[in-house]
Design a protein around this ligand. Structure first.
Ligand code: ZN
Ligand code: ZN
Length: 386
């Protein structure tokens, strides 16, 4: 009998997860088996549970960003600098796999996050493909998966506190081309926004303003680099605009990065930009419908630069982890995971994220059915810009 590993499986949209035993994979040359330490629960997983993402081959094992210990390696697997991985290394991996390097998006347009062949662990691989999601005791890293050893001094707990928000935020800040001294507004206070604030501060922003809710998330984002926070619970859009104008000599922000997830936030972001400013849209990962805006006033006459931001590539993964290792004492990424759940409590984890009872949840397969550790975040029912 080959060994099996426990995995939390989402059978179909709207159905609860259940734990099943999945056979161990047969490792091809270049493959590895990772014993999962932590896997992340993020907003994307809530969208998966509700069937709000296209191209998902249910049933699936969710969990796209994970970290673990290399338990088994088949043949030499090397890192980007040529150093071989060894069994026992603590490693993370880029959840995007099979970016083809041969299509128009990859070769001509050089927009690899739009490669139509890319597959994502825990999202576009299904249970039929095997242990290709992180909410499991082990993860099959197929040949070609880009592994990264955690830098010395960076713990798995701290890494997963950044999680997929780390890559996404790094990419968004890169797209924003922040210059020394810029005034930056981040819309949102969820995990992506938390890392956006940190990377904006590291990019040399002279002012970082975060706009969101609830208060515990705003308190956290102040620790993560925001100088000022504006509560969407207490201030109207007009009052927030006035506050940003008061903070920027009545010009508006040089850069606004939207990580809120509601279409209206994009319009508000345009209003918060100065003339000739830059707006990066990084929070619209599911289709929440259109936003209506006055494109004469807010776009054309404003001479605005607007950029979308989709997915991330290996460079974002590699560089953001190095920044996290370097600056973990300044920015408390480890405090972003506010509760851990075992595989049998995966439904509770999803519910906690959806209800925004936690800033971030992590799946820890070593925990038992009822175990959940770590302090809970603030309780709050509705948080449209979380
Ligand atoms: Zn391609
Ligand atoms: Zn995610």
């Amino acid at each position: 009998m080959p060994p099996t590993y426990r995995a939390a499986v989402l059978p179909a949209p709207g159905e609860p997860l259940r734990v099943v035993e999945v056979p161990a994979p047969v490792l091809q040359p270049g493959a590895a088996l990772l014993r999962t330490l932590f896997s992340e629960v993020c907003g994307t997983d809530v969208h998966l549970a509700h069937g709000r993402l296209a191209g998902v081959p249910y049933p699936i094992i969710p969990g796209h960003v994970s970290v673990g210990v290399i338990a088994e390696l088949r043949g030499p697997v090397r890192d980007v600098d040529g150093a071989p991985f060894r069994e026992g290394d603590v490693a993370a991996f880029l959840d995007v796999h099979e970016t083809c390097g041969a299509c128009r998006a990859c070769l001509v347009d050089k927009e690899t996050t739009r490669c139509p062949h890319r597959k994502v662990y825990g999202i576009t691989y299904g249970l039929a493909d095997g242990l290709l999601g992180g909410w499991a005791e082990a993860i099959h890293l197929r040949p070609g998966v880009k592994l990264l050893r955690l830098p010395h001094g960076l713990s798995p707990e701290t890494y997963i506190g950044g999680g997929c928000g780390l890559n996404t935020a790094f990419h968004a800040v890169e797209r924003a081309s922040i210059r020394l001294g810029d005034a930056v507004v981040v819309l949102g206070a969820g995990p992506v926004a938390q890392s956006v604030a940190a990377f904006a501060a590291l990019s040399g922003a002279s002012l970082v303003v975060a706009v969101g809710a609830p208060d515990d998330r705003l308190a956290m984002i102040r620790q993560m680099g925001a100088d000022e926070t504006l509560s969407i619970d207490r201030l109207s859009p007009e009052e927030r605009l006035e506050r940003v104008y008061a903070l920027t000599a009545r010009r508006g922000a040089d850069v606004v990065i939207e990580a809120a997830g509601v279409p209206e936030a994009v319009v508000q972001g345009a209003a918060l930009c100065r003339d000739g400013g830059t707006l990066v849209v990084a929070g619209q990962y599911t289709d929440n419908g259109p936003a209506v805006w006055n494109v004469h006033e807010l776009l054309n006459r404003k001479h605005l630069t607007v950029k979308g931001c989709w997915g991330s590539d290996f460079s974002h993964f590699y560089k953001s982890i190095r920044l996290q290792a370097r600056w973990q004492d300044r920015f408390p990424w480890s405090a972003i995971v506010t509760r851990r759940f075992g595989l049998d409590a995966a439904n509770d984890a999803l519910a906690a994220v959806e209800r925004r009872e936690v800033l971030k949840a992590a799946i820890d397969p070593s925990l038992g059915p009822t175990a959940a550790s770590g302090a809970a975040g603030g309780e709050r029912a509705a948080d449209p810009q979380g």
